[in-house]
Design a protein around this ligand. Structure first.
Ligand code: HEM
Length: 479
């Protein structure tokens, strides 16, 4: 059996190497010669140094700064099987993110394209993208979110009630909390029980398949991801059919889309969605919203521990909220929308951690940036880490300092939630979840880091590798 496995792995590796070699030899665009930079070794290009920097504490900034010093703000490389041009700076951000005249499209990796399905928001462009965004963005507006506030508040309190005098892996807890919230919002899923477990375990497999090797053979992480996606779609199919037959009625995300926007067979109305579009986009929201919010919450708690002055100032804001409240009442919707310092702490977290270190685009026509000609079909990555650590905009960029956000910043210098037509439609939800959670955490507890480890996971979304273990104590009244 072992011999068969060994042979199988050998054949697989040879196959993969030949495909990569073929890619490297046949697809190297001649026009790239005009762009400075190195394509590295045959087949692997510069993937090894990219990966090793990627999971180091400073993330890809080492990889970027070495090359930016040598080649300037625009350079080419070959990483993860792709010829890529990296760019940074405000001009590049403006051109790539506003995507004027449809000059670029989002550039998903093959694994993402396959798992999310062809009708995902991330794979649509132009007018179709605008329409889809309007439909799925509606329930994520501030007004649309109000009805979920009570659930979010209750889940935050219940999660935190379990933390006292325990060792906690913050990333795990944040993940469970954000998944319960999104499961409830989308399809009124109970926060505990068999369905929640099924939802959670399928989602975890789907999520890890994104960073897997793009080989869809039985036994691979990618194949497991596709299978888990199919199981998730079965869950959604049965919920959609219960809703449609009138057996079940809920005023959640699915409820509003099924009621208002479901397209009947053969119907032409472009403002309605087919079941496939519904499922692809629910999965898109889950994938785009879960790891990002989980990571942001975890980094924020870590940064607070490392910056006691900021923590104290934040506590003051939240103490004042409680003092101004009639005794016995709980956090309210209006209080959570008036946490001005908390909002700056969230922005500074997104700047400092830069959870999505680059934004990927594909040129859909020829154009020019910073004097360089970009050709149709090229992969272009906007290096957001350098933008967020530009000392001319953010003095002493490594310092965690929320007061940087006291005054409005110049456009395209802070891209925590992106900018332009692809700007994050879930940002209000993310801010709401984080603000509510932080309110209860800092009013209830103090915590201490258990490991001084700063490595990050080698995944698309930057997260602490050790999941940030802490030990939690009740806050004494004089603290
Ligand atoms: C702190 C948490 C979050 C962060 C830091 C974040 C960040 C971002 C960024 C930077 C983009 C733009 C990427 C680009 O231009 O290539 C984006 C897009 C997106 N985000 Fe978020 N996000 C967060 C939470 C959420 C949530 C909670 C949801 C949904 C429930 C969500 C759904 C999406 C979707 C669907 C897109 C793609 C939009 C499009 O292509 O039109 N995100 N996010």
């Amino acid at each position: 059996m072992e011999l068969i496995n060994l042979l199988f792995s050998l054949i697989l590796s040879l196959l993969v190497l030949s495909v990569l070699l073929l890619l490297y030899l046949t697809r190297s665009p001649k026009a790239l010669e005009g762009i400075p930079g190195s394509l590295g070794w045959p087949i692997v290009g510069e993937s090894f140094s990219f990966f090793s920097d990627f999971s180091s504490p400073s993330g890809i900034s080492n990889f970027m700064s070495k090359r930016q010093k040598r080649y300037g703000k625009v350079f080419k490389t070959f990483i993860l099987g792709r010829f890529t041009v990296f760019m940074t700076g405000r001009e590049a951000s403006k051109i790539l993110l506003t995507g004027k005249d449809g000059i670029v499209t989002l550039n998903l990796f093959y694994t993402g394209q396959q798992v999310l399905g062809p009708t995902s928001l991330l794979q649509t462009t132009g007018e179709a993208h605008k329409r889809l965004r309007r439909l799925i963005g509606e329930p994520l507006s501030i007004d649309g979110l109000k009805k979920y506030f009570h659930f979010i508040n209750t889940q935050a309190m219940e999660t935190l009630d379990q933390w006292e005098r325990r060792k906690v892996l913050v990333l795990e807890e944040a993940s469970t909390f954000t998944l319960k919230v999104i499961g409830h919002m989308i399809m009124s899923l109970d926060p505990s029980g068999e369905e929640q477990e099924k939802f959670r375990s399928n989602f975890k497999i789907i999520s890890s398949s994104f960073s897997s090797f793009p080989l869809k053979l039985p036994g691979t992480a990618f194949h497991h991801g596709i299978k888990a996606r199919d199981r998730m779609y079965e869950m959604l199919d049965s919920t959609i059919s219960r809703r449609r037959s009138g057996q079940e009625f809920q005023q959640d995300f699915l409820g509003s889309l099924v009621m208002k926007h479901r397209k009947e067979d053969g119907e032409e109305d472009e403002n309605k969605l087919t079941d496939q579009q519904l499922k692809d986009n629910i999965l898109t929201l889950l994938v785009a919203g879960h790891d990002t919010t989980t990571a942001a919450l975890t980094w924020l708690i870590k940064f607070l521990d490392e910056n006691p002055i900021v923590l104290e100032k934040l506590r003051e804001e939240h103490r004042r909220i409680i003092e101004n409240r009639k005794s016995g009442t709980n956090l309210t919707w209006s209080e959570v929308n008036n946490m001005s310092y908390t909002a700056k702490v969230i922005s500074e977290t997104l700047r400092r951690a830069t959870i999505l270190p680059w934004f990927s685009r594909k040129a859909s026509q020829d154009f020019e940036i910073d004097g360089y000609k970009v050709r149709k079909g090229w992969s272009i990555n906007l290096d957001v880490v350098s933008i967020h650590h530009d000392p001319e905009v953010f003095s002493d960029p490594e310092k965690f300092d929320p007061s940087r956000f006291d005054e409005p910043l110049r456009p395209f210098s802070f891209l925590g939630f992106g900018s332009g037509p692809r700007m994050c439609p879930g940002m209000n939800l993310a801010k709401l979840e984080i603000s509510v959670f932080i309110h209860h955490l800092i009013n209830k507890y103090t915590w201490r880091t258990l490991e001084e480890e700063n490595s990050v996971q080698p995944t698309v979304v930057r997260m602490p590798k050790n999941k940030y273990p802490i030990i939690v104590e009740a806050l004494k009244s004089n603290e």
